[in-house]
Design a binder for this molecule. Structure first.
Ligand code: SF4
Length: 459
């Protein structure tokens, strides 16, 4: 996902900086902090990359696809520099942390490289590259969680924001290189997170706080000796001032009775949970080193559905993991038909150098993995369509994201069951103007696979 930054009118003598943020919401928060630091140190954030003095590309390197997207973005920006449309290029983030040596060698036109924890360095690197000096800043043992309350320049619409509670991960899923890129779990203090949340609500008018980390279920284990995600979520729900608090990236092993109670009992905590299962066949789960069985997954999902009526569960799965037999894939499909996730993202296995599974013998040929991906998405599309029909005729609270520029009576929003960027949308008709960030009750008049149509009753 490429995002351009927001223009802030300022003194034209200041050097200008543009930023492209790729990858996940955790990187997006880092990008907001980078811009905040640069602004604090005299740079003027601008929207357009072309014509800016310094262009920063905050990259992703989770899987091959995101690596390619990052390289394409870098080459596009380098081309602008070659044509004299900007002065200096800085590449930051996960691609740098993972492939520093290669990048420095193969991208001589790039002026600066910053690893995943360049929070305290970005402005120095920017000044040096503007002075024509090549500069690299990277730590092999990154402290990839920024400290304190750094200023952030918003890269999301004003009414929602991501709150990054931790970085790094203690789990060791065999397909994943994130612990190698981001290091071990590093959790921020609860008090600091509450301060940041209150500031986002007070200063940016945030209505929806989206809680992110690599594995939010382990939040606090490194700092408090035990998981504190349930308490943090409750505190954010009760005292941040946000109307909605949404939890993402929760490992199913970390769904405790305490966490379920918090989602059930705190009104401002969305009845929504993003909980990646990755697979449902015991042999594959074991080879993925997920540390959980299908039976335990089922137990957790049934407990969530029993104790939190109407909860919307989002998950993600990988097909084509080394050694995945047709029978194992079938067991995954049967499991999805049984638990009927409201929201699901699927990925074909990406064989990542540095991951434990990289040298696995029984890699699945791409055509077979692609066929399984297509079959699974068709299955989920039918489930999603069916699940969405339950809303017909009901009235739901909708958070308005934007107005339709072509139709003054049409607006776009989301329900509690829709996370921005990844889930469905509600198309809302209203006799009166609605504003981004407004929460309105709307009656569902039609349903599609992933989206809903609704109407706001006249006042
Ligand atoms: S929980 Fe697993 S998949 Fe998620 S970041 Fe940690 S190691 Fe990677």
């Amino acid at each position: 996902m490429a995002v351009s930054c927001v223009t802030t009118p300022s003194d034209s003598l200041q050097p200008t900086v543009s930023l492209i943020s790729l990858g996940c919401p955790r990187t997006l928060v880092d990008s907001e902090v980078y811009l905040g630091r640069l602004k604090q140190h005299g740079f003027r954030p601008v929207e357009q990359v072309e014509g800016s003095d310094v262009a920063v590309i905050n990259t992703c390197s989770f899987i091959q696809e995101s690596i390619q997207e990052s390289i394409d973005a870098i080459l596009d920006v380098v081309e602008l520099k070659r044509r004299g449309k900007l002065k200096a290029v800085i590449v930051a983030g996960c691609l740098v942390q993972r492939f520093k040596e290669n990048l420095i060698k193969e991208l001589p036109e790039v002026d600066g490289f910053v690893g995943v924890d360049g929070f305290g360095q970005i402005e120095r690197v920017a000044r040096r590259v503007l002075a024509g000096k090549r500069r690299t800043w990277l730590r092999f043992r990154p402290a990839s969680m920024y400290q304190g309350l750094p200023p952030r320049v918003a890269l999301t619409d004003g009414h929602y924001a991501y709150l990054k509670i931790s970085e790094g991960c203690l789990k060791g899923c065999s397909f994943c290189v994130i612990p190698k890129i981001k290091g071990p779990l590093s959790s921020r203090p609860i008090e600091e997170l509450l301060d940041e949340a209150r500031r986002l609500v007070a200063e940016r008018g945030v209505q929806e706080l989206i809680v992110v980390g690599q594995d939010t279920s382990d939040y606090g284990v490194d700092r408090y000796g035990r998981p504190r995600i349930a308490q943090l979520l409750a505190d954010l729900g009760r005292s941040s001032g946000a109307a909605w608090v949404r939890l993402l990236y929760c490992h199913p092993r970390g769904v405790t009775p305490e966490l379920i109670e918090t989602i059930r009992d705190v009104p401002t905590v969305c009845k929504y949970l993003d909980m990646a299962i990755e697979h449902a066949d015991d042999e594959v789960l074991n080879r993925m080193n997920r540390g959980i069985t299908q039976a335990r997954l089922l137990e957790t999902i049934e407990a969530l559905r029993r104790q939190v009526p109407g909860i919307a569960l989002r998950t993600s799965v990988i097909v084509g993991f080394p050694g995945e037999t047709e029978e194992a894939f079938e067991r995954l499909c049967q499991f999805l038909q049984r638990v009927r996730f409201e929201r699901l993202g699927a990925f074909r296995y990406s064989n990542e150098e540095g991951s434990a599974a990289f040298r696995s013998a029984d890699q699945i040929p791409v055509p077979i993995a692609q066929d399984r991906y297509d079959r699974l998405m068709r299955l989920q599309q039918a489930i999603a369509k069916d699940v969405n029909q339950q809303w017909l005729g009901r009235t739901l609270e909708v958070l308005i994201d934007e107005a339709d520029p072509a139709d003054p009576t049409l607006f776009v929003g989301r329900t509690y069951a829709d996370c921005p960027e990844v889930d469905g949308t509600v198309y809302v008709t209203s006799p009166r103007p609605l504003h981004p960030g407004e929460l309105v009750p709307a009656r569902i008049t039609d349903t599609y696979e992933y989206d809903l149509v609704a109407s706001v009753e006249s006042a």
